[in-house]
Design a protein around this ligand. Structure first.
Ligand code: NDP
Ligand SMILES: O=C1OC[C@@H](O)[C@H](O)[C@H]1O
Length: 398
């Protein structure tokens, strides 16, 4: 027991404090600029770039210049843009090759379109945009301009997600009968001011977390749903929940049932506010981070798909004439191909993004069609709940 705990902790430590990679003498690094001093940016791009020999974060922009300066100083980023035109100045910087867009969901479309228009490749945070139509337009522009656009579904790039897919596709367990995915955190974690709770910024649990569950269901079954058969959104979790329309349209918890081809049933549950348990509900609940796949000849439980780099397990239960067998697998490093045990999901994702920009074939990718279908089915869930899709951007592309 002691050894696995120590090896897990040392892997997590190394993932969060990655060794610096020296630049390659014969391959210029891809120079990234970051839109906004977002909380996700350090783990999703700054740290992965430090340990990638062909990536460097050269610039950051924030609405408030002081905030941009502080972020740049803390993360060793040489160039800073700030103020009302800061985002546009960053995008127009001729030294940059690629833009990382971790803005609130409702701003993904506008700033990705602007970045592509300025000739920059874009690594775009999930969910791609507020609507499928916006997502389609972004990918069309990227294609027209021969630029790379990737929705940052980092979990997909991790060997553990690929191992689960490999087990399913091997046919070892027979066809899938049902799949269920959850992503939920205990109540009290999000501040009322969080972008996830603002309808006008594309907030809502189905957007923020549901995009993962929808993506997992579609990826592991290898198909799009046929129908959202049932969907229910529960009240917002804001402490001062006045029922203004902005607040009332943000789902704190959503559950949905999906019909998929081959009579597969899918279900998802996402929440920003799992209630406590025990006396008066004072004991905090553990986050729900799993995918369960029931097949004709057994079952797979994949725990912690969004944070698989830190810790995960894949339990495979098989049933055959000889009874039941259970095995547990872990996959921090691919059996073949590039990767290290300590690489985060984001580091694997960056490897693929840089490979694509360098004209190499990434080992894994997420296609435009995949991103468009994912947000379309999120919209379909919202429609079924009665809340309706998130508001389309008012930005008009030139
Ligand atoms: N891949 C992953 O694991 C994760 C992805 N995400 C995604 O990343 C994105 C950002 O999430 P997160 O980092 O948690 O969010 P933050 O609130 O920390 O960052 C959002 C950034 O958007 C900028 N911004 C611009 N306009 C507004 C506005 N009107 N209101 C608020 N912020 C604004 C702010 O930049 P400025 O500094 O200029 O003020 C801020 O830094 C989301 O799309 C989210 O879904 C989030 C967490 C995990
Ligand atoms: O991308 C994300 O991953 C983890 C979640 O807790 C978070 O809200 C989301 O933005």
């Amino acid at each position: 027991m002691t050894v696995p705990v120590i090896s897990t902790l040392s892997r997590i430590y190394k993932a969060l404090h990655p060794p610096r990679a020296d630049p390659l003498p014969d391959s210029a690094p891809i120079k990234f600029g970051i839109l906004g001093a977002a909380r996700i940016a350090p783990i999703a791009l700054v740290d992965p770039a430090k340990c990638h020999p062909e990536a460097v974060v050269l610039a950051v922009a924030a609405r408030d210049k002081t905030r941009a300066d502080e972020f740049a100083k803390k993360h060793g980023i040489p160039k800073v843009y700030g103020g009302a035109n800061g985002y546009q100045e960053l995008i127009d910087d001729p030294e940059l090759d690629a833009i990382y867009n971790p803005l609130p969901n409702g701003l993904h479309y506008e700033w990705t379109m602007k970045a592509l228009a300025a000739g920059k490749h874009v690594l775009l945070e999930k969910p791609s945009a507020d609507t499928a139509e916006e997502t389609r337009k972004m990918f069309e522009l990227a294609e027209q301009k021969n630029l790379v656009l990737l929705e940052a579904f980092h979990y997909r790039f991790h060997p553990s997600a690929q191992r689960v897919k490999e087990i399913i596709d091997s046919g070892e367990l027979g066809g899938i009968k049902s799949i269920s995915a959850q992503l939920a955190i205990p109540k009290g974690i999000l501040q009322d001011s969080d972008i996830r709770l603002k309808h006008s910024l594309g907030g809502g649990a189905m957007m923020d977390m549901g995009c993962y569950t929808m993506s997992c269901i579609r990826y592991f079954t290898g198909s799009d749903p046929l129908e959202v058969t049932e969907a229910k959104a529960e009240a917002p979790i804001l402490k001062d929940a006045s029922l203004s329309s902005e607040t009332a349209l943000v789902d704190g918890t959503t559950t949905a049932h999906l019909a998929l081809p081959n009579s597969i049933s899918g279900s998802l549950m996402v929440s920003f506010g799992l209630p406590g348990w025990g006396p008066w509900g004072i004991l905090p609940r553990f986050p729900e981070l799993g995918v369960q796949i029931e097949c004709e000849g057994g079952e797979i439980v994949y725990f912690n798909y969004p944070g698989s780099w830190a810790y995960h397990y894949i339990t495979v239960k098989t049933r055959d004439g000889n009874g039941r067998k259970v095995r547990t697998e872990k996959a921090y490093k691919p059996k073949s191909g590039k990767g290290e045990e300590w690489w985060t999901t984001y580091r694997y994702q960056l490897e693929a993004f840089v490979d694509k920009l360098k004209g190499r074939s990434p080992e894994h990718w997420m296609s435009a069609e995949d991103s468009i279908a994912n947000i379309q089915w999120i919209e379909n869930v919202y429609t079924k709940t009665g809340l309706g899709p998130r508001p389309a951007s008012t930005f008009q592309a030139a």
